[in-house]
Design a protein around this ligand. Structure first.
Ligand SMILES: Nc1ncnc2c1ncn2[C@@H]1O[C@H](COP(=O)(O)OP(=O)(O)OP(=O)(O)O)[C@@H](O)[C@H]1O
Ligand SMILES: [Mg+2]
Length: 553
C-alpha cells in the first residue's frame, strides 16, 4: 500500500495540535487533508487545519538569496532554510497491529486495542507524516459495503469513499447545514434514500417545497432528479395537506391529511403568537375556553359563538367567564385564519393522523407535502400538531414495550427543512421539536434538522445534535453554532468558511469517528443504480405518470 511521506513532526501539543515540516511542495497539500502519523506502537489520525510558510531564520525569507548568492548555492540554501509548516488537528490514535490478512491480524482485530480511541499522547519528534490511504480510511470509517453504512462522499485528495454509520446517525438528532444553494436538499435526499433503503428507521419528511416525493428540476443545471417515492415506491407513502390536493399539479398522493378541530389545543394557538399577532391576554382567554367547553370542544364552540348580545353570544360567554369581551372578540377574529383553513375540518372522513402514525410504525416512510399551503402559519401549525401526536404514540409504545406489552417501536427520524422556524429560541419551548431533540431518543424518535441559518436555532437544541454535516457557511455566528460543543472547533472554523460553495461538506460529531471534509456524493441516476442495483424505476409508480409529468425523461 502507498506510504508516501509528506513531512515529519517538529513539535506541537495535545491542546494546540501537531506541527509538521513539509517535505513536499506546499501546493501538493491542502487544508482538510486526512493524514496519518506513525510513531512507535501507535498510528495517529488527524486533519490538516493550517499551512504556513516558514524560514529557519527570517533573513532567508525576507531577502531573495538569489540576489546576493550564486544561483546553485541559493537553490541549496533555499531548500535547507525555507519550508512549509502544517498544523494538524489530531483526532484518533490506534495501536499498530500485525499485517492485515495474517492469522495474528484476525485475532488482533477482535481485541479492544484494535479500535481507534481519542488521542491521549503524542508522536515522537521526526515521526513520519503521510496522507491517509484506502486502508486507513477503511480502518477509521469502516467498510462502505457494510449494510449499516452509507457512502456520503469521497475524500477530496484521493477520492476514497467515506461512509457514515446509519444506525448511529439515527440514534441521536442530527443536522444538515450550509448557506443557500450549497446542496443541503440534495444531500438530505441522498441520506434519506440510504436510510429508507436500509430499513433501519422510518422517516417522516415535512416537505415544504415539494422536493422529496416526485423529484425536482435543478434551477442551476435544469437537470431533473428523481424523488424518493419514484424510486422507493411502496416503502414511501406520499401525503398531501387538504382533501384532493395534487402534487406538481397532477400526481395524486397515497393519502390526504386533514386535521380535525378537536385536535387543536390551546398550546397550538399560543405557538402561533407571532403569526396571528396574539396579545398577552390570549392565555387567559384560552384557559377560560377550555374550562367552559373542554379540551376537545373549545375551538369549535368558541368559533361558533355569535356576535351581538344575549344568550349564546360571544359577549355573554365572555362576561360569564370574566374575560374582557373585546379580548375574546379579537381572539375569535384572529383564529378565523386557522378555522377557515380548508384542511381543518370538524370531522375528517378517516383519522388521517392515525393513518400516518400507523404507516410510520409499520416501517414505511411518509413525505408530507404542503402543496399550496406554504405559509409559516401552515407549516408551524401542522408540523406541531402532527409531531405532538407522534411523540405521544411513540412514548406510549415504548412504555408498553418496557412493561412487556407489544414490540419495540420502529425508530423514526423526522426531517424538517427550515428548522429555525420551529426551533428558534422563542418557539423551541413551545413546540414538540425541542423536546424530541432533547429526550426522545429514549423513545426511538430523532430529528434531522436542515437549515441555512444554524445560529437561529436555539443553542440548547443545537447542542443536542449528534451528527452535523455542514456545507459552506460565511457568517461567523452560523459557523460557531455548527461547531458548538465540538472538540477542535477553533481549528475547524476556517475550514467551514473555505469549503467549495457547492457539493462539499464537513462531517462532524457523534455519527462520524473524526471530523472530515468530503466531496458530496452526486445525487443522480448512478446513485440510484448503486443503491438499488439493476432494479429500474419502481413499478408501483405508473410509467405513464412519469411520462406526462416529465416528457423529457
Ligand atoms: N449531491 C449533489 N448532487 C448533484 N447536484 C448537487 C448536489 N448537491 C448540490 N447540487 C447542485 O446544487 C444545487 C443546489 O443544491 P440544493 O438545492 O440541495 O441547495 P440547498 O442548500 O438545499 O439550497 P436552499 O437552502 O436554497 O434550499 C442543486 O440544484 C444541484 O444542481
Ligand atoms: Mg434546499
Amino acid at each position: 500500500m502507498e506510504q508516501k511521506s509528506i513531512g515529519f513532526i517538529t513539535g506541537g501539543s495535545l491542546k494546540t495540535g501537531f506541527l509538521v515540516r513539509l517535505t513536499v511542495p506546499a501546493d501538493a497539500i491542502q487544508e482538510g487533508g486526512f493524514v496519518v502519523v506513525q510513531s512507535g506502537n501507535y498510528k495517529f489520525y488527524g486533519l490538516i487545519t493550517d499551512l504556513r510558510l516558514k524560514a529557519s531564520d527570517p533573513r532567508f525569507s525576507e531577502e531573495k538569496n538569489e540576489v546576493r548568492l550564486q544561483q546553485d548555492i541559493a537553490v541549496l540554501l533555499n531548500a535547507k532554510t525555507l519550508y512549509t509548516e502544517l498544523e494538524i488537528l489530531p483526532s484518533l490514535m490506534q495501536k499498530v497491529g500485525p499485517e492485515p490478512g495474517t492469522a495474528e491480524y484476525a485475532q488482533y482485530s477482535q481485541s479492544v486495542d484494535s479500535h481507534p480511541i481519542p488521542v491521549k499522547t503524542l508522536p515522537a519528534h521526526h515521526a513520519i507524516v503521510r496522507i491517509a490511504n484506502a486502508f486507513d480510511v477503511w480502518e477509521i470509517f469502516g467498510d462502505p459495503k457494510d449494510k449499516k453504512k452509507f457512502t456520503i462522499g469521497m475524500t477530496r485528495e484521493q477520492n476514497h469513499p467515506i461512509a457514515i454509520d446509519l444506525e448511529k446517525f439515527t440514534k441521536r438528532s442530527s443536522g444538515i447545514f450550509g448557506a443557500t444553494g450549497t446542496g443541503k436538499s440534495y444531500l438530505t435526499r441522498l441520506i434519506l434514500a440510504g436510510l429508507i433503503h436500509s430499513k433501519l428507521a422510518s422517516v417522516l419528511i415535512f416537505d415544504m417545497h415539494d422536493e422529496y416525493s416526485f423529484g425536482d428540476t435543478s434551477p442551476d443545471t435544469n437537470i431533473r432528479v428523481p424523488g424518493l417515492k419514484e424510486k422507493l415506491g411502496s416503502q414511501v407513502k406520499v401525503c398531501t395537506l387538504g382533501i384532493g390536493t395534487e402534487i406538481k399539479k397532477k400526481l395524486r398522493p397515497d393519502f390526504d391529511l386533514v386535521i380535525e378541530q378537536q385536535d387543536i389545543l390551546p398550546e397550538d394557538v399560543e405557538m402561533l403568537s407571532r403569526e396571528l399577532n396574539l396579545r398577552e391576554t390570549t392565555s387567559n382567554t384560552l384557559a377560560a375556553l377550555v374550562r367552559s367547553f373542554g379540551e376537545k370542544k373549545w375551538f369549535k364552540a368558541f368559533m361558533e359563538l355569535k356576535a351581538g348580545s344575549g344568550e349564546g353570544t360571544l359577549e355573554a360567554w365572555a362576561l360569564e367567564s370574566k374575560i374582557f369581551p373585546q379580548a375574546a372578540e379579537s381572539l375569535q377574529g384572529k383564529l378565523a385564519r386557522v378555522y377557515n383553513k380548508p384542511y381543518i375540518l370538524e370531522k375528517a372522513p378517516i383519522n388521517c393522523i392515525q393513518q400516518i402514525i400507523e404507516t410510520l410504525q409499520s416501517g414505511c416512510s411518509v413525505v408530507l407535502s404542503f402543496g399550496k399551503y406554504q405559509s409559516d402559519l401552515d407549516y408551524l401549525l401542522v408540523t406541531n400538531i402532527l409531531t405532538r401526536k407522534i411523540r405521544e404514540a411513540w412514548e406510549k409504545q415504548t412504555n408498553d414495550f418496557h412493561g412487556g406489552i407489544g414490540k419495540q417501536p420502529t425508530p423514526l427520524v423526522i426531517a424538517i427543512e427550515e428548522a429555525h422556524k420551529l426551533l428558534n429560541r422563542e418557539m423551541a419551548a413551545q413546540t414538540s421539536f425541542a423536546m424530541i431533540a432533547r429526550e426522545m431518543r429514549k423513545y426511538f424518535v430523532t430529528l434531522l434538522v436542515i437549515d441555512q441559518r444554524p445560529s437561529q436555532i436555539y443553542d440548547e437544541v443545537m447542542s443536542q445534535l449528534g451528527t452535523r454535516i455542514s456545507g459552506w457557511l460565511g457568517d461567523d455566528a452560523d459557523i460557531s453554532a455548527v461547531l458548538s460543543g465540538l472538540a477542535g472547533r477553533d481549528a475547524l472554523r476556517g475550514m467551514l468558511s473555505r469549503l467549495q460553495p457547492k457539493e462539499e461538506v464537513l462531517l462532524l460529531g457523534y455519527g462520524v469517528p473524526m471530523p472530515l471534509p468530503v466531496r458530496s456524493r452526486r445525487y443522480d441516476e448512478d446513485f440510484w443504480k448503486d443503491l438499488l442495483g439493476d432494479q429500474k424505476t419502481n413499478p408501483q409508480i405508473k410509467k405513464s405518470n412519469i411520462d406526462w409529468m416529465f416528457p423529457d425523461v
